[in-house]
Design a binder for this molecule. Structure first.
Ligand code: SF4
Length: 512
């Protein structure tokens, strides 16, 4: 049974206060990240930090939010939460674990109301993670507000100290609470003005859903880093249900129709009277995260105006055009390399085969820090299909090389299964710089491509050849969506915001 945190739930003691007093919030997450590697050897993928969902005008809003979060589980598996409101009360339940582990029928029954927001999150573990799980519910001078946030603010240090000087008391170390405190301290006239005022003061990446006792808000940062879409469920007997989600795959499970994306710099408000919207910021060049198309988002989602499946298929095709090599079989590193590998195989006219099988039932309990377990990490997750690989020249398709150690294990595994040649192709450019906008990346000194040439990496991973997709090629594959720019900072080091953590971008030579 997951440990849960209840706030404002009828018949259940509100345990947030006792938790608050027993928890030491002494290490902001950023500091924790700086102390050790963010990614374990057993789970070396870059990780998204959140998915959000909001529901307005549904008799069982909590269950709808649950379904939405279920579809967004790939965006974060460490904690999840749902807050609901019925016009009078605003209840919130969150816990550590998967959405389906936390929200049983009994738990959902404690969340009445026609409105809901939900959040699923990848985070560090421990008590502070439960406290920082979202939605965050704050009883502010503007009334009860619940907020759920996908992304990362980059000017939070300055804002936090200014707010603390003004008397703000923070319950968590989360970026999202800064937004609520800014709302509470705003002198603007109406709540919606206060929210617009607060959003215009924060810099960085945020796709936000927010709820008061009787309203839902959804907003995206002015650069549109993270996706956020709006959909509608037609109700023949009453007003439509309005839904928001990080990705449109959530709409399919809710049987909602995609209506449009929330625009960069837009604040949307949904009340009983309908949907209204305003631009709280404009004129800032868009920089949507291109890595959403490469890896994070599900292929069955449409983000930034494009189908992810189409982008990935095109990345594979472009990779084949840029760095084709004679081979007998194209093999994806599952699951994320599959769509690009299909595109590559079709373009190159080489058979596609599932030569590596992923074990989907590896529990999180295996992700332990002991070296003994670490060495088994890749083998626990992947197993080669010997009869497909033996004696073959194999093209392996993956979406990134972070430290290089996992890629080397996979190359060794394929060769150990009898492959004659192993050629690794990566469906994006080399990752040379960390992300500050909501993706958990190691520091620059730990990124292999920041410290070695492609040839040196090839030798390290023991492949017969190694090629990455070019930046121009990647941009071409993701073109034609919102017709605006992409953030490519992890491939170029050119950050679209001023505020970055200098410590995180020091190259290896300086740190040694
Ligand atoms: S730095 Fe990379 S992962 Fe981060 S927002 Fe930019 S493109 Fe996305």
């Amino acid at each position: 049974m997951s440990r849960l945190l209840y706030q404002g739930v009828e018949g259940v003691p509100d345990i947030s206060e006792s938790l608050l007093s027993s928890m030491k919030i002494s290490h902001p997450e950023r500091a924790q990240r700086a102390e050790g590697p963010a990614l374990s050897e057993t789970d070396p993928k870059l990780r998204e930090e959140c998915g959000v969902v909001a529901i307005h005008g549904h008799p069982d809003a909590a269950r709808q939010a649950y379904l939405g979060l279920y579809a967004l589980q790939h965006r974060g598996q460490e904690s999840a939460g749902i807050a609901t409101a019925d016009g009078l009360h605003l209840a919130n339940i969150k816990g550590m674990g998967l959405v389906s582990e936390i929200f049983t029928d009994d738990v959902l029954a404690k969340l009445p109301g026609q409105m809901a927001i939900g959040h699923t999150r990848y985070s560090t573990t421990g008590d502070s993670a439960l406290l920082n799980a979202q939605p965050i519910r704050v009883d502010s001078t503007k009334g009860l507000i619940a907020i759920a946030h996908n992304g990362n603010l980059v000017n939070l240090g300055n804002l936090r100290s200014r707010l603390e000087r003004d008397g703000a008391y923070f319950q968590t170390t989360s970026d999202s609470e800064i937004i609520v405190q800014l709302i509470a301290h705003s002198h603007a006239n109406s709540l919606v003005d206060c929210i617009a005022d607060s959003l215009s003061q924060v810099d960085g990446a945020f796709s936000i859903v927010m709820m008061t006792r009787d309203r839902i808000f959804a907003a995206r940062d002015p650069r549109g880093f993270r996706p956020l879409s709006m959909g509608r469920i037609k109700n023949p007997d009453g007003p439509d249900t309005i839904v928001f989600a990080s990705e449109t795959c959530a709409f399919d499970l809710l049987r909602a129709t995609y209506e449009r994306d929330v625009l960069p710099g837009e604040l949307v408000m949904v009340t009983e009277d309908g949907v209204t919207s305003r631009q709280y910021a404009s004129g800032i060049p868009q920089s949507s995260c291109i890595f959403e198309h490469v890896y994070f988002a599900r292929p069955d989602s449409r983000i930034f105006g494009r189908w992810v499946q189409e982008s990935r298929d095109e990345m594979g095709r472009q990779l084949a055009r840029e760095s084709g090599v004679p081979a007998d079989v194209v093999v994806p590193v599952p699951d994320s390399g599959v769509t690009a590998a299909l595109g590559y195989a079709e373009e190159a006219g080489i058979p596609f085969r599932f030569g590596l099988i992923r074990n989907h039932y590896v529990g999180r309990t295996f992700i332990e820090p002991e070296q003994r377990v670490r060495d088994f990490g890749v083998r626990l997750k992947l197993n080669p299909v010997r009869n497909l690989l033996e004696g073959k020249r194999v093209i392996l398709i993956d979406d990134s090389i972070i430290r290089g150690t996992t890629s080397r294990k996979i190359v060794r595994m394929v060769r150990g299964a009898g492959a004659k040649e192993v050629h690794l192709r990566i469906s994006c450019p080399p990752t040379i710089s960390p992300c500050f906008y909501g993706v958990d990346t190691p520091r620059k000194r730990d990124l292999i491509a920041a410290n070695k040439s492609v040839e040196e990496i090839r030798r390290f991973i023991e492949a017969d050849s190694l090629s990455y997709l070019s930046l121009d090629g990647l941009l071409k594959c993701c073109d034609g969506g919102e017709h605006n720019g992409y953030c490519t900072a992890c491939y170029t080091g050119n950050y679209p915001t001023q505020w970055v953590d200098v410590e995180d971008i020091l190259p290896a030579e300086v740190s040694l």
